[in-house]
Design a protein around this ligand. Structure first.
Ligand SMILES: Cc1cc2nc3c(=O)[nH]c(=O)nc-3n(C[C@H](O)[C@H](O)[C@H](O)COP(=O)(O)O)c2cc1C
Length: 210
């Protein structure tokens, strides 16, 4: 069976049937359809979802720099990637750098550590909006944050936290061009600790039933 035929069983996973869409279908591929562009309307929808996330005191301490393959900005992000990410990230036609407001910028401030919390929640909304319109995302921390910030003109008040590869799921022809390591990353088993392991019932240590 080909990788592509197998991929639908990667999401949802057994035990995840209770999840509503698009959480149920979301997963992070390492092989994207490089040659299929992402529309500006789709990207605008993702940024709108990110903007409508809740945040501490409605401070909205986030910013996103969208880069498209074939531009100097995209190439600069690719050049900043860690070794482990340098094979698969460039298969995505769009890479977004997400940054949190940790200082003061144009009269706005985040709320200390909550700026990082708020950015994560905003990114979650962005990724789920992407999934809902048939796109996939894969976040990555493995890049030179300072180099990327300098190349993209991100001010010091904003801390780059994560890159987000965006595109459509790669087909067999894309998988065939990927390295063995990236195919392994693409097809690795997805596991989670269960609800009764992460949730306690009333008091710490008493597993939530189910
Ligand atoms: C903040 C953050 C940083 C991550 N960094 C990397 C990374 O540098 N390279 C990578 O391949 N995946 C990275 N990931 C992806 C995770 O490994 C992935 O989300 C996790 O294994 C769960 O898989 P799933 O998204 O398919 O459910 C990162 C995810 C997050 C949220």
């Amino acid at each position: 069976m080909s990788v592509t035929q197998e991929t639908p069983v990667r999401a949802p996973r057994p035990g995840a049937e209770v999840l509503a869409e698009p959480m149920r279908s979301r997963w992070s591929p390492a092989v994207f359809a490089t040659d299929v562009p992402v529309g500006d309307d789709e990207l605008a929808g993702m940024l709108t979802a990110a903007a409508w996330a809740p945040s501490t005191g409605n401070t909205q301490p986030w910013a996103y720099v969208v880069t498209r393959a074939g531009t100097a900005a995209y190439d600069a992000v690719i050049a900043s990637l860690s070794n482990g990410n340098s094979g698969w990230v460039p298969t995505a036609p769009v890479v977004i750098v997400a940054a949190a407001l940790v200082g003061e910028w144009e009269g706005r401030k985040g709320m200390g550590d909550y700026a990082l919390y708020d950015l994560g929640q905003s990114v979650a909304h962005l990724t789920l909006q992407a999934q809902a319109v048939g796109l996939h995302t894969h976040q990555f921390a493995g890049f030179d944050h300072e180099a990327a910030a300098a190349a993209l003109g991100i001010p010091e008040a904003y801390r780059p936290m994560v890159g987000i590869a965006v595109g459509r799921l790669g087909g067999d022809e894309h998988v065939a061009r990927a390295t063995e390591g990236d195919v392994a990353r693409h097809t690795k088993d997805r596991t989670r600790r269960g609800a009764s392991e992460v949730g306690y019932d009333g008091v710490w240590g008493t597993p939530f039933p189910g």
